[in-house]
Ligand binder design. Structure first.
Ligand SMILES: [Zn+2]
Ligand SMILES: [Zn+2]
Length: 181
């Protein structure tokens, strides 16, 4: 990842921001989740509907025009890292590919964690959704399940934001490890 990221104020800020996001996911996020919300990330019905498949989409009777700052930061962090990675110098194309993979992996892991929280709240409140097992959340959660093994095999030596433990048990999170070359 080179000097662009290592030892920079950008990196320090990003690590802080990732930590804040992690605390948010572990704590306040679940308080924000509602069966119906004008904030897309807080709306159970919206979050559990598969955007691509209209058969599984349960309509919200409202718009999702309001932005939650915490949720916004949660999703914009990986995008910022992605942008940074495009301007970084890599020793090899393999390194570049690996970073791109890890960033995508982390994005999925964060989404998967959000989905996990939303699903468990929906289950607890017994919010009935038609074909819930086929809804969007299920798909991304299922995809991510097979990822840690792959991630392990590629080494994760350059960038790792470990949001991959939705159960909160393993404690390996808030790590952004950048290998300085
Ligand atoms: Zn909604
Ligand atoms: Zn939010």
């Amino acid at each position: 990842m080179g000097e662009l990221i290592c030892n920079s104020t950008w990196e320090t800020k990003m690590v802080e921001s990732l930590k804040t996001s992690k605390f948010y996911l572990k704590g306040d996020y679940k308080v924000h989740i509602k069966e119906s919300s004008d904030i897309a990330e807080h709306c159970i019905v919206y979050s559990m509907s598969d955007g691509k498949d209209t058969d599984y989409r349960k309509k919200c009777g409202h718009r999702h025009g309001i932005v939650c700052e915490s949720c916004h930061v949660l999703s914009s962090n990986p995008t910022d890292i992605q942008t940074k990675a495009t301007t970084a110098n890599f020793a090899t194309t393999d390194d570049r590919d690996e970073v791109a993979y890890m960033i995508n992996y982390s994005k999925l892991a964060i989404e998967s964690w959000q989905c996990h929280i939303i699903r468990s709240i929906a289950n607890r409140r017994q919010i009935g959704m038609v074909n819930v097992d086929n809804a969007g959340c299920y798909h991304s959660a299922h995809t991510i399940l097979s990822c840690p093994a792959i991630a392990k095999s590629v080494g994760m030596k350059i960038v790792r934001i470990d949001f991959s433990d939705p159960q909160g048990g393993k404690g390996a999170a808030d790590r952004l490890a950048a290998t300085c070359k």
